[in-house]
Structures are given as C-alpha cells and as structure tokens.
Design a protein. Structure first.
Length: 315
C-alpha cells in the first residue's frame, strides 16, 4: 500500500483567511502583471519569427519582460515568506511562479490549502464544481479561438503572395495567431491549476499543451537566427540562419495543425456521446477513491480486531 500523503497544514483554514483578504488588491495587480507578461511573450514570439533583425523592438520587449519577471519573482518570494507555510507544496508553488511567471494569473503565493485566487472571481475554494463552472465558461470562447485558425490557414496557403505585398494584412494575421496562442495559454494555466490531478489533466489535454509549447521551439530557432544576423559572421552563419528559418517554419506549421486538431476535438466533445463519456469518467474517479478508502478501513479494522476478522472468515 502506498504511503499516505501528508495533509496540507493550511487545508482547514477559512477561504479567504485574514492574510488573503489583506492582499486582494495586490492579487489583482500581480495577476494583471502576469497577464501582461504573457501578452508580451506572445508578441515576442511573433517578433522573433517575423523580424529577428529588428533588434531595437526585440530589446524593448525583452527588457520589459525581464522587469516584469523580476517583479513577479519578488512577489512570489515575499508571499512565500508572509504565508509562513514552508511545506513542499508551497516550495513547489514558489519554484513554479519564479520560473514560469504567467502562472501567477491563477497561482498565488498566498494560496492556502484548496483556496486559490482566480481573476474575476477572487478567492475561491478549488473543487470539482468550480472546475466544471470554469470549464463551461471557457468552452465557447476557446471554440471561437480555435475556429480563428481556419482563415489564417487559408490565407497562408492561398494568399502567400498577397500577404507579402500587404504588410497590414500580414500584421493582422500575426496578431490573430498571437491572440489564439494567448487564449490557449490562459486556459491551460487556469484549468491545470483547478485540476485536482495535474498530470492526468495534461495527459488528457496534450493537444493544448502542444499548442502552448510548440511556438517556444520556433522561438528558440528564431532567436538563434536573429543572433546570427546580428553578429553577421559570414556565409556559414547565413546558411545556418536559412536552415533555422525553414525548421522554425515547420514548427509553426505543426502548431497550426495542432490548433486545427484541437478544433475538431472540441467540436466532437460537444456531442452527447462525448459528454456522456466525460461524465462517466468524472463519476468513476470518486468511485475508485471510495473503493480504496473502504479497503483501507477494512485493513485497519482487521489490524485492530484480528479475532473478529478470523470469525468472519470462518463463517
């Protein structure tokens, strides 16, 4: 039998507790800064992909993002100290907020037990009801975001020459792509925070995870290309730059394909059969937990009263 998880010392607190009430204004500001960081990240991804040679714009974006990263990191450290719960979950949250600042949108260093902060909702106790409520709230907007990829794909497949001649249309498509990526990031951050079991949630929603991660791979390739152009180290570097651009283009095509695949999954998920399957999966999880608890209770009862257990076996 696996060892029992240690209870969170904050699990029994009120939601919100006194400290959480005191930092409500701070929570609004910091979650807003985390969202701003994510918006800048979306713009930076497009900037590196389209124009890595524009170093001034890249430096401005990078400098602003670094300043926000420092501010969010300090906030995570101060919150960890003020919360004064030095448990492993609190340390994990500190590391997450320090390394991936956008998670500050729905993760707070002032969280306690199951009490979490959500923008627009404030402090809420995370449970299955809240998970389903937020999932329903995301359903239609995310379906619209996924549908937006269709005109972008059509334009890039059939209007490539026209896009090259009209920078304004190209910019609009870039902003649309950035908006789609931003929406998927926010959904993944919020829903993974609310999910009681993080890894199974990410496994079920691997398409969403790929949509969020793939542009970063293209970003790294584009960053190398921009550095090569900036340093200007001859034909060898130019050849590597062209290769990086081609590979980056493949990553981004894969990203668009993932968004299209996600659209199909979301449309299929809205059928009664898929909803019924999902409800059965939700019901099966607590039933398995209850069966496990019953077995543990029976084992403990047998340890406390072995004579009674032997009598029942004889009967």
């Amino acid at each position: 039998m696996p060892p029992e998880a240690k209870p969170d010392p904050d699990a029994g607190r009120d939601c919100p507790d006194q400290l959480q009430i005191e930092v409500i204004s701070l929570e609004q500001v910091m979650s807003g800064l985390a969202l701003a960081f994510l918006v800048l990240a979306a713009l930076a991804l497009r900037q590196i992909e389209r124009a890595p040679e524009h170093t001034e714009a890249s430096r401005l974006l990078g400098g602003t993002m670094l300043a926000l990263w420092v501010a969010l990191g300090l906030d995570a450290l101060v919150g960890f100290w003020r919360r004064r719960v030095f448990s492993w979950p609190a340390v994990q949250r500190l590391l997450l907020l320090s390394l991936i600042p956008p998670f500050r949108i729905a993760q707070s260093p002032y969280s306690a037990g199951s009490c979490i902060w959500l923008p627009g909702l404030g402090w809420r106790r995370a449970d299955q009801d809240l998970y389903e409520r937020v999932e329903r709230a995301f359903a239609i907007p995310m379906l619209v975001m996924a549908i937006l990829i269709l005109p972008i794909l059509a334009a890039e497949l059939f209007l490539a020459k026209a896009l090259a001649e009209h920078p304004g249309v190209r910019l609009a498509l870039d902003l649309g792509t950035a908006l789609i990526w931003l929406a998927f990031c926010v959904e993944l951050i919020v829903m993974s925070t609310l999910a009681s079991k993080k890894l199974p949630y990410l496994a079920r929603n691997w398409i969403n995870l790929a949509i969020v991660v793939l542009p970063f791979l293209a970003f790294l390739r584009g960053l190398k290309a921009g550095r090569a152009l900036w340093l200007g180290k001859g034909l060898g570097k130019a050849a590597k730059t062209l290769k990086a651009y081609r590979l980056r283009g493949l990553w981004m095509r894969g990203w668009r394909g993932m968004v299209a695949l996600d659209l199909m999954e979301r449309l299929l998920h809205r059928t009664p059969e898929r909803r019924l399957t999902r409800l059965r999966e939700i019901l099966a999880e607590p039933e398995r937990d209850m069966a496990s608890l019953r077995r543990r209770i029976e084992d403990l009862e047998a340890e406390l009263d072995p004579g009674s257990a032997r009598a029942e076996d004889t009967e």
